[in-house]
Design a protein around this ligand. Sequence first.
Ligand code: PLP
Length: 355
Amino acid sequence: MYPKVEINLAKIKDNAQRIVSLTKRNGINVWGVTKGVKGDPEVAKKMLEAGVRGLADSRIENLKRLSDLDTELMLLRSPMLSQVEQVIDYADISLNSELEVIKQLNQAAVKKEQIHKIILMVDLGDRREGVLPNNVLQIVKKIETLSNIKLVGLGTNLACFMGILPSKDKMKELIRLKDEVEKELNITLDMISGGNSSSLPLLLDDNYQAQINQLRIGETILLGREVPSGNAFPGTITNTVKLKAEIIELRQKPTSTKGQQGENAFGEKKEIIDKGVRQRAILAVGKQDIDPTGLIPSQDGIIIEGASSDHLIVDVTERENVVVGSILEFELNYPCLLRALTSPYVDVEYFNNNG
Ligand SMILES: *Cc1c(COP(=O)(O)O)cnc(C)c1O
């Protein structure tokens, strides 16, 4: 069945091993982040075999898919108030930044007679989730009064919204806050969760002294790519997943066109570039399943022209032996992979070879 995503489990395991050994050198535990593959248990098992400390995902639905695996599960996105009970059931640890949510998690944990662990997120400049550094002490004092919540650490997330990059200074600030909290409240915080894949380049410097002890890694394990550049990360493999889609129309078409031009169905105004008559193929996959700007052809002679909801338009003039029914192959970037695996119209197939 097409479209189809092929996932190479052996390559993802190789990547996870590389990241685990790189971080171990620095005294850092890795939590394998599975949201890019919709919490796929097969992929998660490979991460665990490679030695990740636990599994993390932004969605409860994905953590549910992982609940049979023998490991700790972490919820990455601050819980919705409407989900606190499920969070207690399916997550051992959650990342939090709202006192009201933490209070309601506590109530749910009391009801279920459980202790729920949390990491308090601090916004060190990326302006997505997190309390501001000045407010950390104040909120920690309130958390410490809650009977069934155990604050196990501080965390931060960078490079996701404003593109503010992890740095030695940002990590120092997190450590400073940890020291302050420990001293002021006379508690120990075991987890200093320093970031995501974008923190890994720092570790390539042999002189780097990481004082953080946890990273949450998805993209560089799943796709072997450095964040945010998208370049190959040293020592990892990038062709871990492949999208295959089928040609449903193949025709010589002029690239110029006539008529009054408005915006297309997605509010974009396409520039008309006259490249003469070209061999155009339409593939049965679209924006519902992929992001055309996140596809990279893995065969020669394929140029992506764009997509609508259900059609991907490619130029195959330079490619031989293409007919209606031919299958073309692409690599996917992280947002595109995420979209493909959450589309009910895309099949998944697993491979397990290193070739
Ligand atoms: C998605 C996410 C991660 C993992 O990010 P990658 O770039 O895939 O490594 C880590 N932490 C949080 C809070 C996230 O939302």
